[in-house]
Structures are given as structure tokens and as C-alpha cells.
Design a protein around this ligand. Structure first.
Ligand code: NDP
Length: 245
């Protein structure tokens, strides 16, 4: 019970890595708000949290809208009276080489992946500052460290997450708020299921541990960073990639 009676908001928590984080936190005694752009899917994931014996709150939150994020935080305060943990997980891809990338695809990915995290950190840290305690974990990507042809928007957004994490860690440290990131490698979710088989095979060969990661592998690192065990860690990015980078 490493998160007993804590309250966490997990953005994009309805499926994939976010859902795994929500369920693993719930197994450790945490109550969970699932903030997702898809309200029906959020309700379903909230039901799974409740089945584990914890309280859950499904919220329709599009992280690109500060107003929706703030409204979501207020609903969490109404129900749970605090926000101990924020996990910035919501993310999208819209891949293309730079020459063919539209302004709209550049803007959309930056808006969800980077501005979305900024919006959530801004709204949640207002509460955490008053509490004088909090943990913020954002999901970056190894692509934010090494780049990837065809992912200019995504790589820039994820590198931005790593820098945002360092700055927020410095701004919030005096109030006992830890801010860290997790940079996954290739994780099996719907986001990666769409990739062509030959590309996936090529990537697998580059992974030292010779397997793709699972959402659970990422959730384990998030759980550590959200727990008391990581009280003296801030501004860091933990790579969870099976030795790929
Ligand atoms: P999925 O696409 O499986 O899930 C993403 C979730 O985020 C979905 O529930 C989606 O809702 C939701 N979402 C999308 N846009 C918004 C928004 N504007 N506001 C709120 N929620 C939103 O992705 P993954 O689980 O694979 O990825 C989760 C995170 O991990 C992302 O940040 C991703 O970049 C990162 N990551 C993933 C890797 C991988 O290999 N899978 C590797 C490295 C990083 P909807 O169902 O409506 O689309």
C-alpha cells in the first residue's frame, strides 16, 4: 500500500499506459480521477478502479483547454478534498517528415503533449502549493532524447516535457512538490499497434532486453516516483526502454 489514501489525477487515463498507471496506483491504495478526452472510456476505467476497492472519479478533460483542466481539478477537490499526485500522460502522435508536416499537425501534437502538461501542472500545483506537498510525474519519451525521423512534432513536445519537468521541479521544490518524468521506449499500446510489422521488428532488434515494454513496466516507474520512496528525487527523467537508448 505505497499510496494509501492518496488522490491522483491521471490524464489520458482511460486506456493504454494511463489506464495501467491508474490501476497500479489503485492497487496501492490510491483514489483515482481519470481525466480523459473520451468520457465513456473514462467511466469504464473508473469502474475498473472501483472494482479494486478504491474511489474513482471519471472526468471529461481535454488537456488542451485550461478551463476544462481547472474545472476537473475543482471536481476532484469537491469529491476528495485534495490532489496528491498528478500524472501527465495524455499524448498523441501525428507523424510525417518535416517537409510534409502540416501546421495543424504540428500544433495539435504540441497542444496536447506539451501545453496539456503545462495546463495540468499550473492547475494542480495551485492546490499542491497550498497543501505544501505533491508529486507530479509526466510521461515523456525516448524520442524526446534521441529524436526520430518523421516525429518532429512529437520529439519536440517530449523534449519540452523533460525541460518543463526540470523547471517545474525548481519552482515547486520549496513547497515539497517533486516533479519528475518517465521516458518510455517502445511500449505495446494502441498507439504503437498501428505501426507496420517490419518497422516493429526492426525496433525490437534494437532493444537490449529483446522485448517490447508493457504499460505495466511504465506504471512501475511512475508508482516509484509518486511514492514516498522518491521523496528526495526531483527534476529527473527515468528511461524505461529495455536498454534501447
Ligand atoms: P494511447 O493512445 O493508447 O492512449 C492515450 C490516451 O490519452 C487515450 O485515452 C486518449 O483518448 C487520451 N487523450 C488523447 N488526447 C487527449 C487530450 N487532449 N486530453 C485528454 N486525454 C487525451 O497512448 P499510450 O498509452 O501509448 O501513451 C500514453 C503516453 O505515453 C503518451 O503521452 C505517449 O506519448 C507516451 N509514450 C508512449 C509510448 C508507446 O510506445 N506507446 C512510448 C513513449 C511514450 P482517446 O481514446 O480519445 O484517444
Amino acid at each position: 500500500m505505497r499510496l494509501k489514501d492518496k488522490v491522483a489525477l491521471v490524464t489520458g487515463g482511460a486506456r493504454g499506459i494511463g489506464r495501467a498507471i491508474a490501476l497500479s496506483f489503485a492497487r496501492e491504495g490510491c483514489d483515482i480521477a481519470i481525466g480523459d478526452v473520451n468520457p465513456e472510456a473514462a467511466k469504464q476505467a473508473a469502474g475498473e478502479v472501483e472494482a479494486l476497492g478504491r474511489r474513482a472519479l471519471p472526468l471529461k478533460i481535454d488537456v488542451t483547454s485550461y478551463a476544462e483542466v481547472e474545472e476537473g481539478i475543482n471536481k476532484i477537490l469537491d469529491k476528495f478534498a485534495k490532489v496528491d499526485i498528478l500524472v501527465n500522460n495524455a499524448g498523441i502522435t501525428k507523424d510525417n517528415i518535416i517537409l510534409r508536416m502540416s501546421d495543424a499537425d504540428w500544433d495539435a501534437v504540441l497542444a496536447v503533449n506539451l501545453k496539456g502538461a503545462f495546463n495540468c501542472i499550473k492547475a494542480a500545483s495551485k492546490v499542491m502549493l497550498k497543501q505544501r506537498a505533491g508529486k507530479i510525474v509526466s510521461i515523456a519519451s525516448i524520442i524526446g532524447l534521441i529524436g526520430n525521423a518523421g516525429q518532429a512534432n512529437y520529439s519536440a513536445s517530449k523534449a519540452g516535457i523533460i525541460a518543463l519537468t526540470k523547471t517545474a521541479a525548481k519552482e515547486l521544490a520549496s513547497r515539497n512538490i517533486n516533479v519528475n518524468a518517465v521516458a518510455p521506449g517502445f511500449i505495446q499500446t494502441e498507439m504503437t499497434a498501428r505501426l507496420p510489422e517490419d518497422l516493429k521488428e526492426k525496433m525490437r532488434q534494437e532493444i537490449a532486453l529483446n522485448r517490447f515494454g508493457t504499460p505495466q513496466d511504465v506504471a512501475a516507474a511512475c508508482l516509484f516516483l509518486a511514492s514516498q520512496e522518491a521523496d528526495y528525487i526531483t527534476g529527473q527523467t527515468i528511461v524505461v526502454d529495455g536498454g534501447m537508448v
